[in-house]
Design a protein around this ligand. Sequence first.
Ligand code: NA7
Length: 553
Amino acid sequence: MAGAPEGTIDNRSSAPLDVVVVGAGFAGLYMLERLRQLGLSTRVFEKGGDVGGVWYWNRYPGARCDVESMQYSFSFSEDLQQQWRWNERFAPQPEILAYAQHVADRFDLRRDIAFNTTVTAVHFDESAGLWNIATDRGETVSSRFCIMATGCLSETRTPDIAGLDVFEGKAYHTGNWPHEGVDFTGQRVGVIGTGSSGIQCIPMVAQQAGKLFVFQRTPNFSIPARNAPMDETYERQWKDNYPELRRQAREDSTSGTIYEKSSRKGHEAEPLERQREYERRWQRGGVNFMHSFNDLMLDKRSNDTAADFVRARIRATVRDPVVAEMLSPKDHPIGSKRICIDTDYHATFNRDNVTLVDLRKAPIERLIATGLQTADTEYELDSIVFATGYDAMTGALLRMDIQGRDGETLAHAWESGPRTYLGLMTAGFPNLFTITGPGSPSVLASMIFAIEQHVDWIVDCLQAMQQRGTNLIEAETDAQDRWVAHVNEVADRTLFPLANSWYVGANIPGKPRVFMPYVGGVVPYRQKCDEVAANGYEGFRMSTAPSQPGRRI
Ligand code: NA7
């Protein structure tokens, strides 16, 4: 920034705002709506050209939520949840984006959002007790609070493959898809990556492409979605009972999504009975399969029975036994990487125009002008789709230059992995909140559910500060240390850490291996957050900025 010393933000703006929110996905939208009700002056900065967050960018063919639409929606407005109509059991990306746009219009949120604006730096000015926030448009603003609504899966990751700039065809990333769409008709297409995004888009691309090569390093477990047009009776049942069902999600679920729970252990059930249960849930489709028994993520013996069932289904679907074997995951417990749900994924490998390439046998060496070179073959391609995922949970935060007290950077504070208290704040960064930050259930919960809980908690906290007449809050290091230890301890009791997943940062070379989301369940987590608040924000320190003695928030 011209005129500012390197490493500091030149803050020339006049009156500080009360709050800056970074991001206008579902978290930013709801945060803004609640802050307005508090009468706080708020500005939202959003990198994209419109609201929606990941659903704005993530437009690849087949993109769809893995939480049922009746549950993947805001609960804060009864009118909204009654009036909005979902067309499918699992909403496709365009419909979710339309919903986000509807929310923005309905609550007149756009007027406080600066679109096409990326926040680059966020520095705490200790003497003023303010955050100075710089954007890529050269603007700087200061505000008393800064709330990160930057999303858990928003920083796309393209692997460092040699020759990326040499390839003369078209290259796409599933998480940053062209708005006008892509027509692959007749093309030779390569898809790299077989996580959720790859598994959703491969069947769609296969229908268009002349020839599709799927470059697979690790196969993933996937359950059929059995997506269907919305059943009106089902929709009515939800709408007639929303208050009770939302209560159930809050008080009696592990993830904020209501699934059919089981009270039985998988390895204790009779083999035939177990098989029947898996089959029944497989036929109904979706993540409900992972709730067939109550110990699938706790006991490897039970988990193995579910994994065996899914591998058998792959063998039953894929005609070529060699391909079926390649598609069968064996290196991690089922569910320890985010379970995928799909439409015709495995059957797609029966198509004549689809070839599965095993990168374990011959890894990618480089891209070349005409395509992709593995250790043993050259593939001629017109287009390459990178379905290679995200720098999850911390990526969007660490790409900004965030500096707290004494110029401490968030990157330094988190160099051994993210450290937060409740996923809401980090010690040394006063008045900086993270919505669904690492250390909270976040991606292990239904995101909109997790967002509502965090936003409501933050709003209550700001109100408590108003009542006390304080204007600074920060996490205490001791409380944070205890929470981080607890997050790890709980994760270690499960099978989750056994996988090289993005939950542990394993997909990003050099990223510290730490289990980032809180796996203890949304009910105990909410109880803990509520207790902390009830005990006068135990573990947080509230104070008054010396420069603003009489200033309430
Ligand atoms: P994921 O789940 O992180 O999947 C990324 C895929 O890309 C995965 O199969 C990776 O294989 C593969 N990958 C990554 N780098 C490479 C290289 N260098 N070579 C070959 N293959 C590679 O991302 P998604 O976008 O599918 O899903 C992210 C989340 O979004 C998902 O879990 C849902 O919550 C929504 P690997 O497993 O690393 O061997």
